[in-house]
Design a protein around this ligand. Structure first.
Ligand SMILES: Nc1ncnc2c1ncn2[C@@H]1O[C@H](COP(=O)(O)OP(=O)(O)O)[C@@H](O)[C@H]1O
Ligand code: SF4
Ligand SMILES: [Mg+2]
Length: 320
């Protein structure tokens, strides 16, 4: 197997909400806790979990928008964790992103051609080459001819997301991170954009980190999937491991919540209870307050992320 194009090792991020004062202890929120994952070249790795579990914080650290509290990020074998803004500049085009809201991520005062051309600017290409690359990429993502001369507000949400995807792809990045890239779109448009992402990934051999709270969307595009809960990976494996043979009670509950119940079939109860606060995470297994399988050991012993016989990793004392 070739070396991963992206490697995240033991990445954590804490936020200090308030400092200690007199007898009051400091309030610390652990958004991402010791996350490790590899992305192979040409692979889509999905990251799924309820809102607040740390997906965007993880994405922002990998994109070098947010500094990690600890851990390491490697891009194509190079440690980029401590690279500053200036050192990152030549690497920026290798690491691109598509975010949830295409309206706020596209500058409304720029024409589409200038928006899409942005990652090409540092490459010192001549104007004709830039215009050609922009046109070619817009065609690739299915934006109609002539769009490059218009402004973002002239387009629908789906078209704007296509423009954002064109900008992410124009400079042939090594890794693309999609963070809830289809979550703000209507269901029918969502399907079109998911099909586009899956199609581009296969045709161009993109290496994608596809982040969404939407299990269906993640399943549609991912070859491997990581499930996060309260800042940690609780299960990671192939798309089939996660969707056909889930082993962590949280994954099973998440799936049960979106699947239609089959009459006569024994399905796990849907997820109940509040997500515990990331400020005061429960001791032991962080999922024990909501877990239908919890036993007394679960409230004191924190389970490790361990491999199963089929190779996929699960963080649970009593996996399925
Ligand atoms: N800048 C910040 N300051 C304090 N807490 C934050 C900050 N950014 C994110 N958080 C908290 O970190 C946790 C993870 O957030 P986030 O990564 O946005 O989750 P997700 O993308 O999975 O919804 C949440 O509890 C969120 O409130
Ligand atoms: S360790 Fe216990 S509480 Fe945690 S997921 Fe497994 S069975 Fe549930
Ligand atoms: Mg998010």
């Amino acid at each position: 197997m070739s070396a991963p194009i992206l490697r995240v090792a033991n990445l954590s991020r804490r936020f200090i909400l308030s400092r200690a004062f007199l007898s009051r202890p400091a309030e610390m929120l652990i958004a991402v806790d010791d996350v490790s994952l590899d992305l192979a070249e040409g692979e889509t790795l999905g990251i799924v979990g309820e809102s607040g579990c740390g997906k965007s914080t993880l994405a922002r650290m990998v994109l070098k928008i947010l500094a990690p509290s600890s851990g390491r990020i490697e891009l194509a074998g190079r440690d980029i964790t401590d690279l500053g803004e200036r050192e990152m500049r030549p690497l920026r085009r290798q690491l691109q992103a598509v975010f949830q809201d295409p309206m706020s991520s596209l500058n409304p005062r720029l024409r589409v051609r200038d928006i899409v051309a942005e990652p090409l600017r540092p490459l010192g290409l001549d104007r004709r080459t830039i215009a050609e690359k922009v046109r070619e990429t817009l065609r690739l993502v299915g934006v109609p001819e002539g769009a490059e001369f218009r402004f973002p507000h002239a387009f629908s949400g789906g078209q704007r997301q296509r423009i954002a995807i064109a900008r992410a792809l124009v400079a042939e990045p090594r890794v693309v991170i999609c963070d809830e890239a289809t979550s703000s779109l209507d269901v029918s448009v969502q399907a079109q954009i998911l099909n586009l992402i899956a199609d581009l990934q296969a045709r161009l051999g993109l290496s994608l980190l596809f982040i969404s709270h939407n299990l269906g969307a993640v399943r549609h595009v991912s070859q491997r999937v990581a499930v996060m809960y309260l800042g940690r990976i609780v299960e990671i494996g192939t798309e089939k491991d996660i969707f056909d043979r889930p082993a962590h009670p949280y994954t099973i509950a998440l799936l049960a919540a979106v699947l239609e119940p089959v009459v006569g079939q024994d399905v796990a109860p849907p997820l109940t209870g509040e997500v515990p606060s990331a400020v005061n995470r429960p001791p032991g297994c962080h999922f024990h307050s909501r877990c239908p399988k919890a036993e007394s050991r679960c409230s004191t012993d924190d389970p490790a992320l361990l491999p199963r016989r089929d190779g996929h990793l699960v963080r649970c004392h009593f996996p399925e």
